[in-house]
Structures are given as C-alpha cells and as structure tokens.
Design a protein. Structure first.
Length: 406
C-alpha cells in the first residue's frame, strides 16, 4: 500500500515534502491502495532508552521533598502509598522476575505507555528476564544488554557483579547503569569509582549523570560512552539535572529516556516537551536525535533502527501535522495525534478506519473513542485494567492510557 504524506524525515534528517511511502506488510489486504494522509508527517518510531516497565504506576512515589541521592528514594518509594497500591497487584521479590504471575500485566501496561507515545523500541532497565518475557510485547523490548542497577546498590535486584556483566557484553552490547543520580559527595565520587572498576567503556550507557562534572562528561565523550538524560525524573527526585550544555559541547552521545512514572514523565512525548521547556537552547532536532539515531547507537541496535531509510518501510509512525517544522511538530504531539503506527508490518495503534486496510483479526484489537475520534490498539489493555480494578475494588486511572476518561 502506498501512503502519501505531507512530509517524512529520512536518515539525513532532511524533511522531504510530498512523499509517497510504500508500506511493506503481510497484513495488507491490497498492495495497490493509495492512502492519502496529506496533513500528516511520517517519522521512524521512537526509541525509549530508559524505562522500568513494571514501575509505571501512578501517582509518583516518595514524599514531596527532594532527595540528596536517589538511593534514599529507592527505599522510600517502597513505603509510598503508590507502590503499596501497586503491590496489591504484584509485589517484587528478589531476584526480580517480572514473568511471574501478574508481573506480566504490569509490564504490559509499561509497554502500552510506550506504544501510545509512538515508541517501538524500549530498554527495560532490570536484570535480564526469561526469553518469553521479551516475546510477549508487540514492540521491541530489547533483550541484548547487560546492566548494573548502580554502584551503590549493585545488582541487588538480580544479575551478576558489574565487572562480570561488562565482560559478558564482549563490547558488543550496551552496559547500562544508573550513575551520578544525586548531589551529595558519595554520588559525586561515583564516576571515579566507575573508572576504577574499568566500567567506563564505549558501550557504557550512564543513566542520569546529574553529578557529572564537565570534565567527566568530556571523558565520556572521548571514550565514546553514552549518557541518558531523564530530566523529569531528575527534577522530581533531586531538583537538578544533567549538564546538557556540556554534553552538547563535547559531543557526547546523548539520549533521552522517561524512567518509570513512579518518578518520571507520563510518556516519551511528555519527556521531550519537558526537556524543551527547561532548556529551550536545545533544538527540537537535537531532541529528536536523542530518541531516534542516538538512542539506536547507545543501545547497539541494528543499523535500520531509529531511521526511515527509504520510501519503502515496514515500520513507521505517522502523526497529524500541527506545525510546519516536523521536529517542532513532534514536540507538540499527543497520543491522539498518532494517525498510524506500524511496527514490522503490524498495525499497533492509530485511527480505527485505517485498520480497514489490513487483514487482521478484529478480536486482537481494542477499539475506543477519544475526543470524538475512533482509535484501535493492538491487544487488550482494557482487560488488564479490568483485572486490576477487580483486585483493588475500584477503577484505577493511569495517565498514559488515552482510552481512560480522565
Ligand atoms: Zn531508572
């Protein structure tokens, strides 16, 4: 099927006007159709390089005061009303195994947070789970990574010693670690400790890095390591965020992630907006790179991820055009601006009438109406929310589920 759009962003970041895409999908009921979406812009789906899928509960956890470091919050969070409520559905045990019981349902909700914001690839920071865990998502929850929670808490949640985790990457997978998430002296020393442990490598992805000095950021850039910026979570927990200007100046591979909704933003579109609001110096195009090509590089993803390479594609995110500049347009977008989101040929989310072009099983989809428009989404998040309501005894609202009335 051909889809004509007003504009598409290809690999070289040129915004091509009047593009006719060819959607490659075995689910199409005709290859000859021409779908005119002339008031829309086509993007590669986004990449969320930092989330904790089972942690996407709401409201955010912890008291309203700021913390000197996030390790204190990790303890506080467990006693918060929000996490206690979530624990009624499913409680973590150590080592963490999310495939157990209703952990699957919580993780799937985290998957929906990402789907409803146009994310097709997400890094779920956690100890590596059983293979079937990664297979249950309709998007790519990446399986190939190694990690450590943090140098302070080590791999309390599961996984090997950090050096062994790094060794297991063989330099070909990302090594992911929370680092410098605070303002106290202990946190300030974490970067030196990372180097002493020989864990600052080209495949290291530092999450947060609030405590990093400009010199340390420069060292990250020289080594070729990546830094993941989570500004909303940083402001909520610590009251300060990464020195992004230094990251840009030294050309470090900078990416943007949400973290979970227990501390972070509602979804990646909100995170983009928040990043822009606190740092208007950063261009919309730079922010776009952080959730596409830069993120693909940090996560050692195949070359095609994070880019539209040609008019023919099986993976695309088509958004309503509300602004002439496609990068600013993305920053202005809401979940209901996603017209069609197709991942590896499969329609995941979008306007209901567009599903008529696909030969699919209607029962596999949930249909709902939002602001007078009809949408489809793959799977049944409404059933997950029904199970949760049965357990809690009341209906639970989550701000990233656009089908709920808020
Ligand atoms: Zn995190």
């Amino acid at each position: 099927m051909k889809i004509s759009v007003d504009c598409a962003i290809f690999r070289d970041h040129t915004a091509a006007k009047g593009v006719q895409l060819e959607l490659l999908s075995s689910f199409l009921n005709s290859y000859d159709n021409l779908l005119k979406l002339s008031s829309c812009i086509a993007y590669p789906p986004l990449i969320n390089p930092h989330d904790h899928l089972i942690g996407n509960w709401f409201p955010r956890a912890g008291d309203s005061d700021l913390y000197p470091n996030a390790h204190i919050w990790v303890d506080d969070m467990k006693e918060s009303q929000s996490v206690k409520e979530r624990d009624m559905i499913w409680k973590n045990s150590l080592p963490m195994n999310f495939f157990n019981g209703k952990g699957k349902l919580l993780a799937c909700l985290g998957g929906y947070k990402n789907i409803f914001s146009g994310v097709s690839i997400v890094q779920d920071h956690a100890p590596i789970q059983v293979e079937d865990y990664y297979k249950m998502f309709p998007i790519n929850v990446i399986r190939n990574y190694r990690q450590c929670h943090s140098l302070e808490l080590n791999n309390f949640w599961g996984g090997e010693e950090p050096q062994q985790e790094m060794e297991l990457t063989e330099g070909k997978l990302p090594f992911i670690i929370h680092l410098g998430e605070g303002l106290d002296e202990k946190t300030a020393n974490e970067f030196n400790k990372l180097k002493e442990m020989d864990l600052l490598q080209p495949n290291t992805m530092i999450i947060h890095g609030i405590a990093l000095t400009e010199k340390e950021i420069q060292e990250c850039a020289e080594v070729g390591a990546s830094i993941c910026w989570c500004p909303f979570s940083n402001h909520f927990l610590i009251g300060k965020t990464l020195n992004v200007e230094a990251c840009m100046k030294h050309n470090v591979n900078l990416v943007l992630g949400t973290d979970s909704t227990l501390s972070g933003s509602v979804n990646l579109l909100e995170e983009l907006r928040f990043a822009r609001s606190i740092d208007p110096q950063i261009s919309a195009q730079d922010l776009y790179r952080m959730v596409t090509g830069n993120a693909a590089k940090a996560l050692f993803l195949p070359d095609e991820c994070g880019y539209l390479d040609s008019e023919a594609t099986d993976t695309v995110l088509i958004m309503e055009k509300r602004h002439d500049d496609p990068y600013i347009n993305l920053l202005a977008s809401q979940p209901q601006d996603i017209v069609l989101f197709v991942h590896e040929g499969k329609p995941l989310y979008g306007e209901r009438e567009l599903l008529n072009h696909f030969d699919i099983v209607a029962e596999d989809y949930y249909f709902y109406t939002k602001t007078g428009r009809d949408f489809f989404v793959l799977g049944h998040p409404e059933n997950i929310m029904r199970i949760i309501a049965d357990i809690l005894g009341y209906e639970k609202k989550l701000p990233y589920l656009p089908f709920q009335e808020n």
